[in-house]
Design a protein around this ligand. Structure first.
Ligand code: 13P
Ligand code: 13P
Ligand code: MG
Ligand code: MG
Length: 365
């Protein structure tokens, strides 16, 4: 059967500060989506949270970018915002950047990752969700899953994967896209995706069959809003097994934590720590940035699961290393490379300080 999987997320208010989602908000989202399931619009749904972000995971048959689905997500976030306002949660309605819905939530604040595909005999998927980081943070993990044989042995020894994958990369500043074929174009691909603040992997396809393998949210909140309202806190959906990397190959990149943009006030580099849903509660310096992974088997559109994939002792060392990296970065305080370079910080006092001190700057002879 042809199925659409839509993951749409938004921060509609934090509890306490930006550290967590209030249970009443998640319950409200559940009420809303139950209604749409009853009406037959959704086949199934699962609500979860990563830190202060509410995640709507939905299956249906209406295709990607469907106005009805985007509207129901928007209306759900609006209802959740009402609850957040009653509880006076922090930044109630933070990611809803418009008063009115206009056909698609893209460009209005929420993050979106959707894919349409023919459900296989067995369809394992993993959904990654992050808090306190930006949308390019999936670049390295996705590269490792789908193009790095040191991560994914299937690229070497599994015949259905041996010809490689195609990567669609978006230039989020210029609104342009380009597709690279791997393995033959990995050096060209890396020139771009090594700069994740500008070039983001949007989707990945099986090179021979053109089947969709992975999709991520590339929405950049600050570019949409024109100012800092919160970090993108992106999501990413990956199909696993058979022609695609095995579940363990898909999780493997997160065993070696990397530094990503985000953390306190969206303006710092910090380690991306793989955690269980329960532990997605950024606290220290509003972090460090977190990633959760929920695994599902799909059965005629029903979401069988979730399994909380990082709730596993095998990721203890990664968490320990991420904490050590966090310590190392915190040592730099307001200095780079912990603090982002001037032009990449989400907000700054520089213009005001410059205005105040401008006249005191003298020419160096
Ligand atoms: P306030 O300046 O409102 O405290 O917000 C800071 C913050 O939450 C960082 O995003
Ligand atoms: P969120 O994007 O998760 O709301 O975090 C905002 C922030 O600036 C934390 O310091
Ligand atoms: Mg927040
Ligand atoms: Mg968040």
């Amino acid at each position: 059967m042809k199925l659409t999987l839509s993951v749409i997320k938004a921060d509609v208010g934090g509890y306490v500060g930006h550290s967590e989602s209030h249970p009443d908000i998640l319950a409200e989202a559940g009420h809303c989506l139950a209604k749409y399931t009853k009406s037959g619009m959704l086949i199934d749904y699962h609500i979860t949270k990563c830190g202060d972000d509410v995640q709507l995971i939905m299956t249906h048959q209406l295709g990607v970018d469907c106005e009805k689905i985007h509207r129901l997500a928007w209306d759900t976030f609006v209802s959740c915002t009402e609850v957040a306002k009653k509880l006076k949660l922090y930044g109630a309605g933070q990611d809803l950047l418009s008063d009115a819905f206009s056909g698609n939530v893209k460009g209005l604040g929420p993050g979106v990752a959707e894919m349409e595909f023919e459900e296989r005999e067995a369809e394992p998927i993993v959904i990654f969700m992050a808090d306190k980081t930006s949308s390019g943070s999936w670049n390295m993990p996705l590269y490792k899953m789908f193009a790095d044989p040191f991560n994914t042995i299937g690229l070497v020894i599994a015949p259905p994967m041996h010809n490689g994958f195609s990567f669609e990369v978006h230039d989020v500043k210029e609104h342009k896209k380009i597709t690279f074929n791997t393995p033959e174009e990995i050096y060209d691909l890396l020139v771009f995706i090594g700069a994740p603040a500008r070039y983001t992997i949007k989707s990945i396809y099986h090179k021979d069959t053109k089947e969709i393998a992975a999709v991520s949210s590339t929405q950049k909140l600050s570019l949409i809003a024109g100012r800092y309202v919160g970090k993108d806190d992106p999501v990413c959906v990956v199909r696993c097994q058979g022609k695609f990397p095995a579940v363990g190959e898909v999780l493997e990149p997160f065993a070696a934590p990397i530094l990503v943009e985000g953390w306190m006030r969206g303006s710092h580099m910090g380690p991306l720590m793989p955690v269980s849903v329960k532990d997605s509660t950024p606290s220290r310096f509003d972090g460090p940035p977190r990633v959760i992974a929920l695994g599902f088997q799909l059965a005629n559109g029903k979401l069988v699961g979730p399994r909380d994939m990082f709730d596993d002792k095998a990721f203890n060392l990664a968490r320990h290393q991420a904490n050590e990296m966090a310590d190392m970065m915190r040592r730099h305080g307001p200095f780079e490379p912990h603090r982002l370079p001037l032009d990449e910080m989400e907000y700054t006092t520089m213009p005001e300080v410059m205005k105040k001190l401008g006249k005191r700057f003298k020419k160096i002879e």
